[in-house]
Design a protein around this ligand. Structure first.
Ligand SMILES: [Zn+2]
Length: 443
């Protein structure tokens, strides 16, 4: 929509200069869409695990403060207003509190990352909420003197809970306490580079440091390239981004190069701007034992819905095939090695299933009219590792479908029962349904 409006305005401007609309379009059409899509992409920078993460966290107060100062100087140099997520229980010394004060004084937002970096999958919701409440009390004490409130929250491990009850309890608590979850869309697993970097730096091994730096910068390039392409496909538009970094020593030494590279195609934006985007208004409720990024969640939910629709389509095709007496088409929904189970026994293979149907339902009177009422559909998927040690939801391997079947007859009572179908993806070589039935238990 914005592209059309811009093009229209451009054309209107040229018309007033005496250029005809058709030549204006011819002149501007190739350039305009590229110019618009190449506009820098809004990017919110978020920094996790304050006061200091990784190897730098073990250093003495002065060392931790110098890491903090380096991080803050780089943010300032690039005009970045970050949201920094604090593990409130790690504010143990005066140094830690002074470091946090520096983030605030530099104009960054502070968010809660719980009190103990708690993992929701490993905790009850009661224990998790108590951890969140403790963090809120500590952080509010920092924010209040500046006239600010605690507005942002980030789940440790990006884990939003393995059960619907837990996920909803935490969401309710957040809403009641005026905190919003800031999701992650770009995660280069920067924490994984911190220890190798600290080791190389401690022994002043400049060749080793160069290697870690190269890999760290390659990670951001790979992450941006692959994640943003996936995100745009999921959202069907240019997706705004939220980058996850950690307050660590590899960052203190290398953020300048990282931000310099990002600046070529991104525009550093505030939390208020990025979080106002529609995609973050209602976050997808994706129940999982592990955490992962926002667009991966949306992508996963889209795949689950697509798989459900695809197996229902197989069922719909079976219904119309049955009702026109085409058993060949009806059984084409089965895998060649499918197993069919009924109270009368087992049938192996599509060909045998076809024979069985032909014998039991020889004519229209025996066949009746078939209908299904789907009771539930459950797609099953897995997780796939990314190159840097993170994980993302993977493909859907199978779908089970439970339905009530009914055969309606004229002049005799209806027959009905239940069926449980297990589907697997069909190897794609040509057209036809994407899923096939491997097991059918009908009673
Ligand atoms: Zn964390």
């Amino acid at each position: 929509m914005r592209q059309l409006l811009l093009t229209g305005a451009l054309v209107a401007g040229l018309v007033t200069q005496g250029v005809t609309p058709s030549t204006a379009v011819a002149q501007t059409a190739p350039a305009t869409p590229r110019a618009v899509s190449a506009a820098p992409r809004p990017l919110l920078v978020t920094v996790d695990d304050l006061p200091v993460a990784g190897s730098a966290g073990h250093g003495d107060g002065a060392l931790r403060m110098s890491t903090t100062n380096a991080l803050l100087a780089t943010l300032k140099k690039h005009g970045i207003h970050a949201v920094a997520f604090v593990i409130a229980g790690n504010l143990k010394s005066d140094w830690d509190r002074a470091m946090l004060q520096r983030w605030l004084d530099e104009g960054h937002e502070l968010g809660s990352h719980t009190n103990t970096h708690a993992n929701l999958t490993e905790k009850t919701s009661e224990a998790y909420l108590a951890d969140m409440a403790a963090a809120q009390a500590t952080l509010t004490a920092f924010l209040q003197p500046k006239g600010r409130t605690l507005r942002w929250f980030r789940y440790p491990y990006l884990n939003e809970g393995d059960t619907r009850e837990k996920a909803e309890a935490v969401r309710r608590w957040l809403a009641e306490h005026g905190q919003r979850t800031v999701p992650v869309t770009l995660d280069l697993s920067d924490w994984a580079f911190d220890e190798p970097w600290a080791k190389a730096a401690a022994s002043a091994d400049s060749a080793a440091m160069d290697l870690v730096r190269e890999d760290y910068l390659a990670a951001i390039r790979t992450t941006v390239t692959t994640s943003e392409e996936r995100a745009d496909a999921v959202l069907k538009r240019r997706a705004p981004q939220v980058l996850l970094l950690h307050a660590n020593s590899v960052g203190a030494a290398n953020w300048d190069r990282l931000f310099t590279w990002l600046e070529r195609t991104h525009r550093f934006a505030t939390a208020d701007e990025v979080m106002a985007d529609d995609t973050f208004r209602e976050l997808p409720l994706d129940i999982a034992r592990n955490g992962y990024g926002h667009y991966d969640r949306i992508g996963r939910l889209q795949r689950l819905e697509a798989a459900k629709a695809a197996v229902k389509a197989v069922l719909d095709a079976q219904v119309s095939a049955w009702n026109r007496g085409d058993f060949e088409a009806f059984t084409s929904g089965y895998a060649a090695d499918a197993t069919y189970v009924s109270p009368n026994g087992l049938t192996h293979g599509r060909a045998a299933v076809l024979d069985r149907y032909r014998q039991r339902y020889p004519d229209a009177a025996a066949r009746g009219t078939l209908s299904f009422e789907v009771v539930e559909v459950r797609p099953f998927d897995g997780l796939e590792p990314d190159p840097y040690g993170g994980i993302a939801p993977g493909r859907i391997d199978s779908v089970s479908l439970l339905a009530k079947w009914k055969l309606t007859y004229t002049g005799k009572p209806d027959a009905s029962g239940l069926t449980l179908l297990v589907f697997r993806p069909r190897p794609r070589n040509g057209d036809g349904p994407a899923w096939e039935i491997v097991q059918d238990a009908s009673m």
